[in-house]
Write a protein that binds this ligand. Structure first.
Ligand SMILES: *[C@@H]1O[C@H](CO)[C@@H](O)[C@H](O)[C@H]1NC(C)=O
Ligand SMILES: *[C@@H]1O[C@H](CO)[C@@H](O)[C@H](O)[C@H]1NC(C)=O
Ligand SMILES: *[C@@H]1O[C@H](CO)[C@@H](O)[C@H](O)[C@H]1NC(C)=O
Length: 380
């Protein structure tokens, strides 16, 4: 028995040794996995933004196009003017994308210009003005336009935007510049930065600027590929709700929130974070006239003026077209308008134009030779 028991006991010892080793191994791997998980969770809680530039395979040899990206509520009220504008273009030089309300279709019953037929995105979303759905819509437009490798410039426009020049002028202006046009500045006086955005978005990278941008392809990709900064904006950059007296104390809490308008900060801040500010012309190509008649107290309430027939005359348009520099008050910076190194007029587009004002631009021949049939329909 004892003799027999000897080897069995020895085997048993060896066996338990192996078992122990296995258990220790498993335990160690579990610890490792757990620690990995922990690190992963920590890094997940605070993802660090590192711009990921796509590897550019596209050395494009074809004819470069401008992608016109329209962000609209429904139809395009100024389609007759744009129709005339595109009539004077070469169809191989541009493409059109429209983000409208979901389900809205551009066809002969909803548009006066064939250039817009079926140009609506099929995956459009409901946009609430001043909320992050607005930048989500911009991203959808860019994403759709990036699918065509011929699109080399991306111009974002609203449904009240007009061109101030003919197509070939705008085409040459944009193609001559290897840069994007993005109005972007530091405004020390505003309080829209939310400290909770740190450390993902440090305060010194916070920027402000006009939503109406014009991009080169690489910069359009930076926007479409970003998830991190966009999600910070979604949760922490929100418009303050209007005062609602029925809400009492809840009001106070809501009013303490930072009043933040995503479309005036997102692209600018993302580009500052991506280290590409030096690749920009830091100005917008879209002219806005501000109503300065408000008193000093109301200064924050400055709002863009709408151009009507009366203030869209040749003299006014000429004045806008002759602007050649912009002064940035908060930075004491004067931006002399250039494409590459050539001095040029600052603005290619203007916004807040009524139908009447647009009709006037058309009849003054701003976008090309005036052709009454384009507006009044083909005579019988
Ligand atoms: C476009 O405008 C430019 C500058 O105003 C002018 O020189 C040119 O002839 C125009 N081109 C067409 C095709 O109308
Ligand atoms: C269209 O693109 C070609 C090539 O880039 C250019 O030479 C031509 O002037 C453009 N046409 C118009 C109307 O802009
Ligand atoms: C400018 O603002 C003032 C005061 O807010 C308003 O009364 C006036 O109608 C505005 N003018 C234009 C042209 O929008």
């Amino acid at each position: 028995m004892t003799k027999k028991a000897g080897p069995i006991a020895a085997r048993h010892v060896i066996w338990s040794g192996r078992k122990l080793a296995i258990v220790v191994c498993i335990a160690l791997s579990l610890v490792a996995i757990f620690r990995f998980q922990l690190q992963y969770d920590l890094s997940y809680a605070a993802p660090v933004y590192r711009p990921r530039f796509r590897v550019s395979h596209d050395i494009f040899n074809g004819r470069p196009k401008i992608a016109f990206l329209f962000l609209t509520r429904r139809d395009l009220p100024l389609d007759f003017l744009w129709g005339s504008f595109f009539e004077n273009a070469d169809v191989a030089n541009f493409s059109i994308y429209v983000h409208s309300s979901p389900g809205f279709v551009l066809d002969e019953s909803t548009s006066r210009s064939k250039f817009f037929y079926d140009r609506q995105l099929s995956n459009s979303i409901q946009v609430v003005w001043g909320e992050s759905s607005m930048i989500a819509a911009e991203r959808l437009l860019l994403e759709a336009a990036l699918e065509d490798p011929a699109n080399r410039r991306f111009v974002l426009l609203s449904d009240s935007c007009v061109p101030l020049h003919n197509f070939s002028y705008i085409y040459n202006y944009l193609m001559a510049s290897p840069r994007s046009f993005v109005d972007s500045f530091v405004d020390g006086k505003e309080h829209r930065y939310n400290p909770k955005m740190s450390p993902i978005i440090p305060k010194d990278k916070w920027r402000k600027g006009s939503q109406w941008i014009s991009l080169i392809r690489r910069h359009a990709e930076v926007i479409v590929d970003d998830e991190i900064i966009f999600s910070v904006f979604k949760t922490l950059c929100k418009r303050r709700p209007p005062l609602d007296t029925s809400k009492g104390k809840l009001n106070l809490k809501q009013q303490k929130q930072h009043n933040c308008i995503p479309d005036e900060h997102y692209v600018q801040t993302l580009f500052a974070m991506s280290g590409i500010e030096h690749e920009l012309e830091r100005r917008t190509l879209t002219y806005t006239q501000w109503n300065l008649s408000a008193t000093k107290m109301e200064k924050k309430g400055w709002h863009p003026m709408t151009f009507g027939y009366a203030n869209a005359g040749p003299q006014q348009i000429k004045e806008i077209k002759s602007i050649n520099h912009i002064y940035y008050e908060t930075e004491f910076r004067t931006e002399w308008c250039r494409t590459d190194l050539t001095s040029v007029p600052c603005f290619l587009f203007a916004r807040k134009f009524s139908r009447g004002a647009s009709m006037r631009l058309l009849s003054e021949g701003v976008v090309g030779p005036f052709d009454a049939t384009a507006v009044l329909g083909t005579p019988p």
